[in-house]
Design a protein around this ligand. Structure first.
Ligand SMILES: [Zn+2]
Length: 181
């Protein structure tokens, strides 16, 4: 596969990899473990991250990491995650994204979810949550499908983000096909 983690950094909007649908992981190889370790490092680097998806480091694979407390003892990796909504109750919460600096928006999402994924040893696990972690799962899982918070936030939040988005677009070195917001 040739994943090089040495120069890996968090890619920002509008990098096209953020819009791709990520591919499943065939096997949890040493290379995948190295990638996950790097993702933990980058998630914690700025001191703000509670989750990071592989497309955000330029790798279009179905992997993400979370740390809802920002304490590395709660680091968890999810490989080929599958989310199931367990209840129709939804709530609003403000979200940000490491790939969209300076942009925040209120997003309505289901509260209670189940998660099935492989861990860093390739072992399947099942988790359920109705709190902050379930919120992070949904945000990160969106990244695996090329969906960003700007797609889900209210029109008002999107309007408020216009300038920040424009600045990110102007700063970009790799540009996705133009999209109208
Ligand atoms: Zn994000």
């Amino acid at each position: 596969m040739g994943i090089n983690v040495d120069k890996m950094k968090i890619v920002k909007f509008p990098h096209p990899v953020l819009r791709q649908k990520a591919k499943p992981v065939d096997a949890v190889t040493p290379e995948i473990k190295t990638l996950v370790a790097k993702m933990f490092e980058l998630m914690h680097e700025g001191g703000k991250g509670v989750g990071l998806a592989a497309p955000q480091v330029g790798v279009s694979l179905r992997i993400f990491v979370t740390c809802e407390t920002q304490d590395p003892k709660d680091d968890r990796a999810y490989i080929n995650p599958v989310l199931t909504v367990q209840d129709t109750v939804s709530e609003d919460m403000e979200e940000g994204c490491l790939s969209l600096p300076d942009i925040r928006g209120t997003i309505r999402r289901p509260v209670k979810l189940a998660m099935d994924a492989l861990d860093i040893d390739g072992q399947p696990f099942h988790l359920e949550d109705d709190d902050y972690l379930a919120r992070i799962w949904q945000h990160e899982n969106d990244h695996l499908d090329g969906v960003l918070i700007i797609d889900r936030m209210s029109l008002m939040d999107r309007m408020a983000s216009k300038r920040a988005l424009k600045e990110l677009e102007d700063r970009a070195t790799v540009v996705a096909p133009k999209k109208k917001w």
